[in-house]
Design a protein around this ligand. Structure first.
Ligand SMILES: Cc1cc2nc3c(=O)[nH]c(=O)nc-3n(C[C@H](O)[C@H](O)[C@H](O)COP(=O)(O)OP(=O)(O)OC[C@H]3O[C@@H](n4cnc5c(N)ncnc54)[C@H](O)[C@@H]3O)c2cc1C
Length: 470
């Protein structure tokens, strides 16, 4: 019988996951790669739309339909080659992009059936290709232009920009404050979503391609942008991200035991070999109650990290409902499977401490959803008199991030009221020759949008330098 069912109507093949009781004991990847048979069968569900909505919803406009067709035909190497043409990190996008909000969310099949598991297939074809080819294949590089470009920040935006410029014949140096390149892919996103070796492999490939890295150097402190131009760089790209934590102005916020999410994630998820010298001891949360405030990816990662550190109860308090939360559905599902409790429509209004200054409780208020705001999301409104208290041994604040500009004040670099850099269509800032992209321009966003900006900025830099040398 099942042989007669049209492929599109077949249930979607999801990557298998390790059982929750096993995975909360380590920081290794939760999801497992599809097999060749699974990838081929799942790709065959694609109905080959004439104007694929999945491609329009992808920030990189990946040629998804083309590589799904190739995968369905078992032509995995060609499929991977096709995916590499528009993305600088397809094997990473396949693993961590919130596909439910991007390509898979737009998949027409999802209206009546289930969307094609695009991310899992992207992950499979690329890993298959790397296994067959013995690593990430190096593309052709144009003859040297003789010009040097400096990239500040080795996150996805900076790395994509660096790769695209090297391919165009530029000599590229990437300056990074941390000891290792990767940005939030190393210093933020936990191993259970993205194991670090996957990022290390990308960095090794970029080095082999000719990108030079200068790590442990924060530009703007000892070396300024003027110094970089004086050293002979013809253009600069700023991909410095958005990692300044937003802190709520709530009574008791200064209590001990209240932590910002990113430092918590770094000290508990990043292996010592990636860290500068210092005290980076992991938290022991055995038997503790941890309350995480926020509903985005950072909150989900913090909740799941706290579970892995032995916390007895891990509670997420978020001011909107599940429907309106920003985090990827896949991560919320994984967190629930791992025993995380969710309190929707709940907002903190006060932290209550003990006589030694340690946080003990979070006073919260229940919310209801009002009219949609300018972004179309329904605005949470407090319900008077609905206050209640939550016990907590540790509180983690995951309310998002402000941009991390290279220097706080420089009149040559115009910023928006939100602190992000203003850029033109070529990603050039108000300072000629200085370009910017990724989270420092968009505000905290996504891997795929950062890659897109890096690629667009490389094209912009190329146009700028060619026009100048004419
Ligand atoms: C916890 C967490 C989980 C996330 N999960 C996901 C997810 O599942 N899927 C997804 O798509 N996105 C996710 N994101 C978002 C994604 O990681 C970011 O949007 C993306 O990394 C932005 O890339 P970027 O290159 O702009 O900045 P970053 O990745 O932040 O990189 C910026 C780099 O610049 C360096 N830098 C900053 N200032 C200087 C300076 N002055 N000199 C030298 N170097 C400097 C920083 O050290 C850093 O390495 C997550 C973010 C967080 C915080």
């Amino acid at each position: 019988m099942s042989g007669r069912v049209a492929p599109a109507k077949r249930p979607r093949i999801e990557p298998r996951k390790r059982p929750p009781e096993e995975r909360i004991r380590d920081f290794l990847a939760v999801s497992l790669e599809l097999t060749a048979e699974e990838a081929q069968s799942e790709a065959a569900r694609c109905i080959k739309c004439k104007n694929p909505a999945c491609e329009q919803a992808c920030p990189l406009n990946n040629r998804i339909r083309d590589w799904l067709v190739l995968t369905a035909e078992g032509r995995f190497l060609e499929a991977a080659e096709c995916s590499r043409q528009t993305s600088n990190m397809p094997e990473i996008c396949g693993r961590i992009c919130p596909q439910d909000r991007l390509c898979e969310g737009a998949c027409v099949l999802g209206i009546k059936y289930e969307p094609v598991a695009i991310g899992a297939i992207e992950w499979f074809i690329n890993e298959y290709a790397f296994r067959q080819l013995g690593g990430i294949p190096c593309p052709e590089v144009a003859p040297a232009t003789g010009e040097r470009v400096a990239i500040v920040g080795a996150g996805p935006a900076g790395l994509a920009c660096a790769e695209e410029l090297v391919k165009r014949g530029y000599q590229v140096t990437v300056f990074e404050a941390w000891p290792f390149p990767g940005g939030l892919l190393i210093y933020g996103i936990p191993g259970f979503k993205l194991e670090k070796w996957v990022v290390e492999r990308r960095i090794a490939y970029l080095r082999a391609l000719g990108v030079e890295f200068v790590c442990g150097t924060r530009i703007g402190e000892h070396v300024t942008l003027d110094d970089l131009f004086a050293q002979g760089y013809s253009a600069i790209f700023l991909g410095t991200g958005a990692t300044v934590p937003k802190r709520p102005k709530i009574e008791g916020i200064e209590l001990k035991g209240i932590h910002d999410a990113l430092p918590f994630l770094i000290r508990n998820n990043v292996e010592p070999r990636f860290l500068p010298s210092g005290d980076w001891r992991r938290d022991d949360l055995t038997g503790k109650t941890v309350v995480v405030l926020g509903g985005g990816d950072t909150a989900m990662d913090s909740l799941r990290t706290a579970r892995r550190l032995g916390a007895a109860r891990v509670i997420c308090a978020y001011r909107r409902d599940e429907e309106n939360m920003p985090g990827s559905r896949r991560e919320v599902k994984a967190a629930k499977e791992e025993g995380v409790e969710f309190l929707w429509l709940t907002n903190p209004i006060r932290f209550i401490g003990d006589e030694n200054g340690w946080v003990r409780k979070v006073e919260c208020i229940r919310m209801e959803l009002g009219e949609p705001d300018e972004e179309g999301r329904r605005k949470p409104i407090p319900i008077p008199g609905s206050n209640f208290e939550l016990e907590a041994d540790m509180v983690i604040i995951a309310f998002g991030f402000d941009p991390s500009p290279v220097s706080l004040e420089d009149p040559r670099l115009k910023r928006t009221p939100w602190g992000t850099y203003e850029v033109d269509a070529d990603k050039m800032t108000s300072w000629p020759g200085v370009f910017a992209g990724g989270d420092v321009v968009r505000g905290a966003d996504l891997l795929a949008t950062a890659l897109r900006d890096g690629r667009d900025a490389a094209a912009g830099i190329d146009r700028y330098l060619r026009a100048r040398s004419r």
